[in-house]
Design a protein around this ligand. Sequence first.
Ligand code: FES
Ligand SMILES: [Fe+2]
Length: 349
Amino acid sequence: MVAVNDIYLLRNIWYHAMPSHALKPGKMVAKTLLNEPVLFGRTSQGKAFAMRDICPHRAVPLSYGRFDGTEVECCYHGWRFNENGQCTEIPSLMADQQMDLSRFDVQDYAVKEVQGNLWIYMADRDQPQPPRFDVPRVPGFGDDVAPVISYTMRFPCYTDHAVVGLMDPAHSPFVHRSWWWRGATLNDEIKWFDPSTYGFTMRKHRMANMGYGYWLIGGVPDNEIIFYLPGVRTEETTTAKHRVVNLTTVTPLTDDQTDVTFELYWDLPWGNLLKPILPTLIRSFLGQDRDVVIKQQEGLKHESVLRLIKDSDTLARWYYQLKKEYQRCQVDAREFVTPVKTQLLKWRA
Ligand code: FES
Ligand SMILES: [Fe+2]
């Protein structure tokens, strides 16, 4: 059983911040992540950066200020900060008033752009540690490839409920009832799972239970799903000819707001024909997941314990164990030891 009031957000780990295209050169975007106000910017040269969105002078969010493509200027007294958060100018100082401006630097965050996404390293404020692993990659595509589509939906819940919902294999026939997706009939599912870097992998297998749409990519596809902490999932569907990969990321904004981003990468030459209808399909699909989470929030006000059953909740159990171990190995300053064991899981869905 899992106590739902056990709220902690993993630190010293990379989180998906936003798709790269959401941050244009010379522009700023303010976003709360893990309860921290973060200011993202992109210089006119194209370099992305992130810093704490609070002016060290009188705490006005820097995002209310101006950005000239090089430096951010606070809207209150015009203090200026470069892309590394270093204070470069205090306009009220006279020429003979020397001051060590580095005392007023703003905390900056490491960011990384990979495959059309901007990731941010959320270090622990008291015990920052270097990254234990790199930003997860979408398999089979280079670092410069961007997703065909990126869609973000906000879930009004604590991050664990979004992550667990995302990997839950048993909800599909009940939650995702759409004419273009599977119906409500249940099938036996038997799949091998293996431990993988800070997560687990559903071993590559030939798909049998095909929804509409899979035939479009030519032949019966193979499928492999990989989960990474803190809440990243890639699902790779491949045939001899083509590859379609879904990247889904879960990012906590606050303790009860979570962004879920759904992206697709593919090498389908005719894929552009699908593009106009994709936002509608994704909105409908993710909306079903969000709607059930909204209903769950009603019950969670009254119930503080959740039950996890074998085998359909084993992935959820692993998620909680992985998270706990990631937390614990940092405190103990030791290697991460995966709690996941190679295992054959069976469920009906
Ligand atoms: S509050 Fe930012 S410069 Fe004064
Ligand atoms: Fe779902």
